[in-house]
Every structure is written in C-alpha cells, then in structure tokens.
Design a protein around this ligand. Sequence first.
Ligand SMILES: Nc1ncnc2c1ncn2[C@@H]1O[C@H](COP(=O)(O)OP(=O)(O)OP(=O)(O)O)[C@@H](O)[C@H]1O
Ligand SMILES: Cc1ncsc1CCO
Ligand SMILES: [Mg+2]
Length: 262
Amino acid sequence: MKIDLLDTLRKKNPIAFNISNFVTVQDVANGINALGASPIMSEEKNEAEPMVQMADSVTVNLGAFTEGQLEQISAVTTFANQYKKPIVIDPVAVGAVDYRKERCNELLDQIDVAVIRGNAGEIAALADVEWNAKGIDAGEGNGDLEEIAKKLAKKRNCVVVESGKTDIITDGEAVVRIYNETDLFKLHVGSGDMLSSTIGCFCGVEHDYFEAAQTATAVFDVAGEVVAKSMATPLAGSFGVQLIDELHLIDIKTVEKFANFD
Ligand SMILES: Nc1ncnc2c1ncn2[C@@H]1O[C@H](COP(=O)(O)OP(=O)(O)OP(=O)(O)O)[C@@H](O)[C@H]1O
Ligand SMILES: Cc1ncsc1CCO
Ligand SMILES: [Mg+2]
C-alpha cells in the first residue's frame, strides 16, 4: 500500500470537485479540506465544463439528487471522461430505492468511472445480487462480500470499495481488506460520503486508482480509529468533529502504525 500518497496529496493540494448531497456537504468539504485537498462543490450545469477542467477529480454523490440535477450530473461526468479526470461514484441507497438504482445504472452505462464506493447493500444492488438493504445503511444479506465487490468491479471495469466492518477494495481480480477497529463511524451520518470524497482526492494525485482507493480508505479508517481510542465515552457529535480534526493531524507514521490490512 502506498501510504506515502498522503504527503503527495498534501503537497499537490488537488482540486476535488464534488457533487454532494445537502445532508453531508459541510462534513465532506471540511473533511477533505482538513486532509489537504481543495474542495469545490457545484450544482450548476452551465459551469460544468470549466469546473471539470480545473478539477483533479470528480466525486458524484447520489444521496439526494433531483430530476433536474441528473442533467448536471450527466454533463459533469461526460466532461470528466472527455478531460480524463477520474470519477468516483457514491451510489447512496441504490439497494433500497429502485428509482435510484435505475438512474445510477443509466449513468454508469454512459460513462467510465474510476471507483464506486458503497456499503454492502449498495454494491450488491449494482452487482445484481440479492440483498436486503436498509435505507442508507447496508442492511442484511448472505452473499460473499468479496465476490459481490469483484462482480461489480468486472461489470463496470473499475475499482470497487465496499465499506463495512472490513472494507473490501478490488479491481475485479486483486482484493485488499482493511479491518476496522471501531464502529463509531456509524454514529456519524455521512462517514461514507466523506470516505468516497477522500477517495476522490487521492484519485486526483495517483493514476493507479486501485492504489489511490487503498490509501484513502486506510487513512480515513485510521483517522476514525485514533479518534475512537481517544474518547472515554463514545459521543456521536464529538466523533464527527474530531474526525475532521484527525484528518488534519494524521500523518504517514500513524497510518503505518495502525492500519490493519492484507
Ligand atoms: N460495522 C462496522 N465496523 C467498523 N467500521 C465500519 C462498520 N461499518 C462501516 N464502517 C466504516 O465506516 C465508514 C463508512 O462506511 P459505511 O459502510 O458506513 O458507509 P455508508 O453506509 O455509505 O455511510 P453513510 O451512508 O452514513 O455515509 C468506513 O470507513 C467503514 O470502514
Ligand atoms: C441521510 C441521507 N439521506 C440522503 S443522503 C444522506 C446522507 C448519507 O449519505
Ligand atoms: Mg452512504
């Protein structure tokens, strides 16, 4: 794993263009800004081309899109392919709402993406595997998580990050697993959105998106673990704030010390 990419990111301060959702946009902007990237958000179709041109990566979060916004998402992602800017997709709740799954699959049919990051319920839905997703959460299912992630990676010819107790990262062939020590992330709505956008930042500085996704996930997971270790009592609000603080403070040595992966 290329943990050194953390310093590369801080040196380059990549512009991370995010189409976010209204629920978690501030956490996403502050999280990746604290980490060392330069976030910019937009919902305006008319500025899609210059936004994409100046950006190093594009992260599209499908958490609360409207019909009107689909045109902007289509324009942005088409320009991103044209200007060779990596796209990260966060397919929020596609396992729970068919409308979302259909729109997401239409989008994925039109464009090439670098990474899809979702929980098990979301990745299973896009991989056409049966699963009982629960709203924005992973829900329950019996499928083999690694096989599901690989299936989607092959189907969409991209890297898949399937988050959960163990984060599974695959390019369709190789698999890297990152083991989480804390489940406090679940106290903070938008942990997943922040992870997806963190992956976007690393894809903006590393063309090997499999490597970029691994480093991003390890940095993010260790940041949460460090915060959890420092809290005598788990506190949801404080966890969210301290996660942003730790994304600012975290360094390569800390990630090397605490990242648990194979
Ligand atoms: N059961 C768990 N134990 C430990 N860590 C977890 C667990 N589930 C998720 N995580 C961690 O939480 C972070 C977000 O992943 P998660 O799968 O919850 O995304 P999500 O469902 O899209 O979240 P959200 O919708 O709230 O943004 C990741 O860093 C992941 O490693
Ligand atoms: C709660 C919620 N609803 C739509 S998006 C979102 C944030 C998690 O993605
Ligand atoms: Mg999510």
